[in-house]
Design a protein around this ligand. Sequence first.
Ligand SMILES: [Zn+2]
Length: 385
Amino acid sequence: MEKYGQIIDKEKQKQAKEYQKKKIIFKITGTALFLAYFLILIFSNLSFAIKEKILYFTDIQWQIIALYIFFILTFYDLLSLPLEFYTSYTFEHKYHFSTQTLKDWFRDWLKSYILSLVLAIPVIEGIYWAIRTFPQNWYLVITVFAVFLAVLLSHLSPILLTPLFFKLKKIEGDNELAQKLIKLCNKVNTKVKGVYEINFSSKTTKANAYLSGLGNTRRIVIADNLLKNFTPDEAEVVFAHELGHHVHKDVLKGILLTSLMYLGAFYFTSFILKKASLYLSCEISDISNFPVLALSIGVILFLFNIPLNFYSRKREQNVDEFALKTTGKVDAFITSMAKFTNRDLADAHPHPFIEFLLYTHPSIGKRINYAQEFKKKIELEKQKE
Ligand SMILES: [Zn+2]
């Protein structure tokens, strides 16, 4: 029996099932492409051939690695460009999610491509340096390094990366919603410096509000889409959810868990790399075996993500409870969920196996159910009093 049957549009849910099914097919296609690309590189000896070619130009270790990664990633990005274009441009336009022009899309694609090289080359140089210097324990060195990098990026990305793709504008102090959100932060002893609006609408119809930055630079960021299409109560409860993550220190917990995951992934990878290098009769520090490294890390991280997603869904539920408790706005929570579902074409009731495998949040159906149970509990408690 669905009490919120009227809230979640039935027609839209039919579309949502279609949309989500296709997205899963794209995901599987992307994964297949990743696996095929790196498997072919190893088993066709292409990886070794590329390195041989590079040796004509240079025999300096770091230059060999930089050129090799440049070629491998560029080929991969070009190969996956049609799929990338179809899934994030054509398909998103078909469902009226994307508001980007063709030119903007290509400019962003180019930016991401350059960014991926700028990030990947130093990281992979670092990994191979560690393998050469600590052939037995490189996975430990790399884990420490990876955790450091993840922390650094999560702190720097709002300052350095977000402005590359979006514009932020300060919302003046007399705005009603801005004042409400600051009040909410004060209620749970979180200091913030100002409220900013981000122009998500320049690229997408998606909406969100969140806390960004640390300590003195911490500020509230609201997507213009949220301001335009959601009531102040709904926007408040959406933000309260994000505030909950901050209060529950979910970022820190996330970093700790990710560190453990990295340790496991790099340990297994060091084991696999050793075996593969014996089989391919090359040294473990030879950049030609990079496809083995990429495949191993890719597959292991995917597997580790399954228990991590399980834990994430638990945390999301706790944070929903936090948002309901601090704002007391259960109805606004439910209507905001329904708005997200209708607008993003989220499947309110995905197949349990898909939810288990891929969902970082409980399904919208479950979140609404939970809010309704929360409301009942509150009403019962009131009656007792
Ligand atoms: Zn969340």
